[in-house]
Write a protein that binds this ligand. Structure first.
Ligand code: PLP
Length: 362
């Protein structure tokens, strides 16, 4: 099987890339005869072991289909319906999950706080918890962080330790939305344990999809008491895969080969390149420091429209007033260079016609 690089004008999301070779290979290996269903198979057992090895601790692991389910079921297992979940106002659980957190937790209220560059402001968290402590207000019970954040930044180990202290002070359980967790690990150059259980994270939703899998996220409970009856929650929510081996096998392939980190570092590197190159273009402003695989660029609407006319894909509904460009394991250097070339050219003159390289006629 050959994995061909394909030209990519897709910078809208890392979930627009295909499946990385290591994940694909692992699925092919699992595709061998019969295996017990619903997770009672050797692949799933081995994938859980690989995740425990990666985090260097005993943790409870569950494989689910997507990030929305992972986040909302994990948060539901931290809360009762009368509780509150504190998170950043740009958090995926607030802005992009269609109320799934509230739905799966039977009405737990999300309490929004601000903070620069997509990271929660600690005094805002404190205010959200302390402003009301009476029976009429939902009792804050959980804190949800996104690592790396929705705005392409990363919480440092020191920041996480400060968050941990605050969470402990107010008895808040800590959930981490790690749809792009690998990108944070690659960016910080730390071991996974340093930014999870050693930083007080109770449960991590560890993203596979955006890292290069076909489908699937792992819900990792470091606080194992919180995993009580989580298997029932998965089943009721329609998140218990009967052919579980195909959800779990990619984890074995990606973790044992190191592809999970290689993919993330690759994506981060190209986002950084876009940031560095675009920063020098007149009329273009980098909105947030690029610390993972996403870069947000502010530029005139005419330039954005011209880029779209040339076939570039990117989102403008995330963050404020800017276009988001996301790199993935599959991003190619030539595509990044072509994108930067077009940003340069079209910032100068959005009306400039596109000259396609034509072979001279003979
Ligand atoms: C993509 C993403 C998710 C998961 O989204 P699904 O489409 O439900 O898999 C969760 N959190 C963040 C920050 C994301 O970017």
């Amino acid at each position: 099987m050959k994995y061909k690089s394909v030209p990519g004008n897709q910078f809208a999301s890392d979930n627009q890339a295909g499946i990385c070779p290591e994940a694909w290979e692992a699925m092919a290996q699992a595709n061998n005869g019969y295996a017990s269903s619903y997770g009672d198979d050797a692949w799933t057992g081995k994938a859980c072991e690989s995740i425990r090895d990666l985090f260097e601790t005993d943790c409870d692991v569950f494989f689910v289909f997507n990030g929305t389910a992972a986040n909302s079921m994990a948060l539901a297992s931290l809360c009762q319906s009368y509780h509150g979940i504190v998170c950043h106002q740009s958090a995926h659980v607030e802005t992009d999950e269609c109320g799934a957190v509230e739905f799966f937790s039977n009405g737990t209220k999300i309490l929004l706080v601000g903070g620069e560059n997509g990271k929660i402001d600690l005094s805002a968290v404190q205010h959200a918890v302390e402003r009301r402590q009476d029976i009429h207000y939902p009792k804050p019970k959980a804190l949800s962080l996104t690592q790396s954040t929705e705005l392409g930044t990363v919480y440092s180990v020191a920041e996480l330790q400060r968050i941990r202290e605050l969470a402990a002070r107010f008895s808040l359980k800590v959930h981490m939305d790690g749809a792009r967790f690998a990108n944070a690990v690659a960016s910080l150059g730390v071991t996974p344990k340093e930014i999870t259980w050693q930083a007080g994270v109770d449960v991590l939703c560890f993203g596979g999809t955006k890292n290069g899998f076909s489908v699937g996220e792992a819900v990792v409970f470091f606080n194992r008491e919180l995993a009580y009856e989580f298997d029932y929650r998965c089943k009721q929510a329609g998140q218990l895969a009967s052919k579980m081996r195909f959800l779990s096998a990619p984890w074995i392939g990606a973790l044992q080969s190191g592809a999970w980190l290689k993919n993330a570092a690759h994506a981060n590197k190209f986002a950084k390149l876009i940031e560095q190159q675009a920063a020098g273009v007149p009329g273009v402003k980098v909105k947030y420091p690029c610390q993972a695989n996403e870069v947000f660029l502010q530029m005139p609407a005419a330039t954005l429209n011209a880029l779209r006319r040339r076939g570039w894909h990117f989102y403008t509904f995330i963050g404020t007033d800017s276009a988001r460009f996301v790199c993935s394991w599959a991003t190619r250097e030539e595509d990044v260079k072509a994108l930067i070339g077009d940003i340069r050219e079209l910032s100068e003159n959005p009306e400039k016609p596109h000259v396609v390289n034509k072979k001279p006629k003979r």
